[in-house]
Design a protein around this ligand. Sequence first.
Ligand code: FAD
Ligand code: DLZ
Ligand code: SF4
Length: 520
Amino acid sequence: MPRSRTPAAGPTLIAVLGDQLSLNLSSLQIADRSRDVVVMAEVADEASYVRHHKKKIAFLFSAMRHFAAELQASGWQVRYVRLDDKTNGGSLTSEVARMARQLKATGVVVTEPGEWRVREMIGTWESATGLPVRIVPDDRFIASRDEFASWAEGRKSLRMEYFYREMRRKTGLLRDGDEPEGGRWNFDSENRKPAKSDLFIPEPLRFAPDAITRDVLDLVSERFSNHFGDLEPFWFAVTRHDAEKQLRHFLKTGLAQFGDYQDAMLLSEPFLYHSILSLYINCGLIDPLDLCRRVETEYREGRAPLNAAEGFIRQIIGWREYVRGIYWLKMPAYVNGNYLSATRPLPDFYWTGETDMACLKAAIGQTKTEAYAHHIQRLMVTGNFALLCGFDPKQVHEWYLAVYADAYEWVELPNTVGMSLFADGGLLGSKPYAASGNYINKMSDYCGTCRYDVKKRTGAGACPFNALYWDFLDRNADKLAGNPRMTQMYATWRRMAKSDQDAVRRDARTFLDALTPWTA
Ligand code: FAD
Ligand code: DLZ
Ligand code: SF4
């Protein structure tokens, strides 16, 4: 039976998870820093349940260590368990239970975790510790889970756009009285310019590793050498102070052009005008609403145009909040979605980067070196290719969860299974984001360097995306041909000569059969 607290009893244990590095975290708000003890733990289970990119583990461990120091500096007692502590039991549960015993704690408090898997685990903590466990809502999001569920209740369609308008109303961001600033809620149609490499494109700030980070890099290099990606050079910010510097750098050098070139891709420019802030926002070093208010100020004071400010704010109070709402509304079933019955194994080059398709080589190569790719690379290159080829959504999901420094299941899963693979049958998007090589050619400079010919549909040297695109439509006609937003594409397919259709099917089959499945 859980014990109840008595006035003279021991401390409450405040368990702070790796993505809860916020000084105003809800669990800390209700704790007493003169009595209670914060517990943080680097654990093997969390670091290896997928083959996380080495940079992702190093980033999070270093950010956790710096956060523990920040808490101590502001008067908190912190018990920090390092991965290489001899007594580390290897799981969050083992460490919470061990610390609870050591501290003679009388209860455990934790802010609700971001992931279903971890929520299930926390459900076992009362029996593991013999103590009452209080789970408090995570108020770092604009919409609570209940609020999202009420918004979704009874709606036939859960489109992001309508939810986003609610969030604009709630926050008051970019409002002109009762109307949206500029007379429209959404300026996306202005945000589709291809970029040229002769533009001035800012680089993200690069931070030299300090002694704490160097220790972590040694640890990761020793313990996770079989994980994906390059560990060094390591330049992410690992403190709130440095994350704030990157934020200010983005406001000054990237935001004004963010909208125009949001969908562009360039071989020599992995970051373009993107903010490179998701990893800091998701682990709690940057507050998303504060960031949006500062983006609005840039617009109001004439330093950024409306299409940039609105486009950026929409990604955060729209997409980011919306995918979190969908995740908690639809889990645990959501992870099993496979509307298009896709079963092909992920090919080895997603892990090695060795392919002669220039677009995939660039997106995966950059993912290996930086643990980063921007949204259109994730959606329209690796995601689009996975959709067209019919890769197993679970394998694709595990790949995205592993390879990006910003990846946590609550945000990654809906983007992968829903937005990218249409495996949820259209809950998130009204049609699949399927595209031929033509889209990639329009939005990037990849094709000019590729051994394939983007203008050729079939035959020797033809861009594989082309046959795969039409073959995808053909293979999935029973599920997609009735979609009103796909009528035109299916009309084009049906008008194609039988011999051309046969060539598409033949080339797609030959290409797919030649892929080498990944074997771990
Ligand atoms: P910017 O382009 O500068 O955008 C600003 C911010 O908006 C981001 O920092 C992020 O917080 C937010 N944002 C933008 N798009 C989205 C979106 N679709 N969903 C949620 N937030 C968004 N984002 C993650 O944070 N973690 C993930 O694991 C993740 N997995 C993805 C998987 C797939 C298949 C796809 C298509 C997208 C995924 N995204 C994910 C969304 C998006 O690609 C990243 O948020 C973005 O690329 C991060 O880079 P940035 O900070 O430079 O973003
Ligand atoms: C992603 C991650 C990693 C790599 N390591 C840890 C860890 O050692 N300790 C920890 O508390 N959290 C870690 N995380 C984050 C968790 O896997 C998970 O995403 C969050 O706890 C969900 O809120
Ligand atoms: Fe990618 Fe095709 Fe362009 Fe090559 S030609 S870069 S495979 S879209």
